[in-house]
Design a protein around this ligand. Structure first.
Ligand code: PLP
Length: 401
């Protein structure tokens, strides 16, 4: 099947890589940007920059308006109740660190923080370190064979001592949607705070905060075909009010003395220092672009590509898939072949896939692996990318086995 992407031509970076002989299959790490995002970045930077929320001059007002327009677009895109529920951060990692510091005062020794075995380091280390600082227990929910969080075990492990649940929506290694509805219900039954790492999930299904009902949700613009250096933290109004300030400086305060200060409420109170103004403005363009996509067509294209990826991997002897990925990516290991050797031979043939622990080292250890190779798809990939990958894989495996 040809499986042509109707969106491919909008991505100059992808076409530039193709002209260089590179096949980009690493969109779960970061995605290429559509022309409209590049245009928005350049228009702002070339049109005269200014800092936001500080100056009364025209460029300052213009920059602030464009910056705040992205906040409204992000609130709409996430179906939040209002733009005050959106804090700009540097990315998912910073959002999760903000939460681990901002919620610290609410968590007492002896309580439990619950995560899953599938978490990216970004949704593990902030909680692990918080648990150490405050004398809490970090509980790790096990996975079933497919790579989903085991709900039976979750029902057993989430209990009256659970103060916070932090899980990813879609694993960057196992490519499975986690059963969030059930997990959130378990956590809420014990009045625990809930945090969803949407870094991968937001890319493949439009997030809906009101339907999901979590307290906090994080995602990164650079995986969403937007610029790097900016992420979103959604915090439900009541949950937001519980956050303690964590970074200090700039315009995040109401009043300051040498020995004391009063801080602004969210969102601005959580955006210390000069934010990534150009990236936030360009994120607005990325969200407009995402809004304009035919979601059903994107989902159908991604599903067809993913089906082809899985079929190709499963057809090759000795290739072992990690879990049962449902979309977007597949991680695999080849019997008798070292990942680093495979990575080297693929990269020599111009195939850009990711090899290693995928920022989920404890998961790799639990799976008994030193690492794995991950192929991940963007909506701009097409069948020809996969064909090139499989030709290169066969050649590499011929040499290595
Ligand atoms: N969570 C998941 C599931 C991820 O895949 C990633 C990045 O790969 C992150 C969090 C961290 O995102 P960022 O590097 O944009 O902070």
């Amino acid at each position: 099947m040809a499986l042509n992407s109707p969106w491919r031509a909008e991505f100059p970076g992808l076409l530039a890589l193709e002209a260089e002989g590179q096949t980009y299959l690493d969109s779960a790490a970061t995605a290429q940007k559509p022309q409209v995002v590049l245009d928005a970045l350049l228009a702002y930077l070339a049109g005269g920059v200014a800092n936001v929320h500080r100056a009364q001059h025209l460029p300052g007002e213009r920059a602030t308006r464009a910056f705040e327009a992205t906040r409204s677009k992000a609130a709409q895109w996430l179906n939040a109740l209002g733009s005050d529920e959106i804090v700009f951060t540097r990315g998912s990692t910073e959002s999760l660190n903000l939460l681990a510091y901002g919620l610290e005062h609410l968590l007492q020794p002896g309580g439990q923080i619950v995560i899953s075995a599938a978490e990216h380091h970004a949704n593990l280390l902030p909680w692990q370190q918080l648990a150490k600082r405050r004398g809490l227990e970090l509980v790790v929910l096990p996975l079933d064979a497919a790579g989903g969080i085991d709900l039976g075990e979750a029902a057993r492990l989430i209990g009256p001592r659970t103060r916070l649940l932090a899980v990813s929506q879609l694993s960057n290694v196992l490519g499975r949607w986690q059963p969030l509805t059930e997990l959130l219900a378990l956590a809420k039954a014990h009045s625990a705070l809930t945090v969803i790492d949407g870094a991968q999930g937001a890319v493949h299904a439009r997030p809906d905060m009101q339907a999901l009902g979590c307290d906090f949700y994080v995602c990164s613009a650079h995986k969403l075909y937007g610029p790097d250096g900016v992420g979103l933290l959604y915090a439900r109004g009541e949950a937001l009010a519980k956050l303690q300030h964590w970074q200090f400086g700039g315009e995040m305060l109401q009043d300051a003395d040498y020995h004391d200060a009063r801080f602004r409420p969210a969102p601005l109170g959580f955006e210390a220092g000069t934010p990534a103004v150009s990236a936030v403005i360009a994120l607005g363009a990325a969200l407009d672009w995402l809004n304009g996509l035919d979601q059903a067509a994107v989902a159908a294209h991604e599903a067809a590509l993913h089906g082809e990826l899985l079929a190709g991997l499963q057809a090759r002897a000795g290739v072992r898939l990690l879990g049962e990925p449902q979309l977007a990516l597949a991680c695999f290991q080849v019997e008798g072949v070292h990942n680093a050797d495979l990575a080297h031979l693929l990269s020599e043939q111009g195939i850009a896939v990711r090899t290693g622990h995928h920022c989920a080292m404890p998961l790799m250890k639990r799976l008994g692996l030193a690492g794995a190779t991950r192929v991940s798809l963007g909506l701009y990939n097409d069948g020809a990318d996969l064909q090139r990958f499989f030709v290169a894989l066969d050649k590499a495996l011929e040499l290595l086995r």
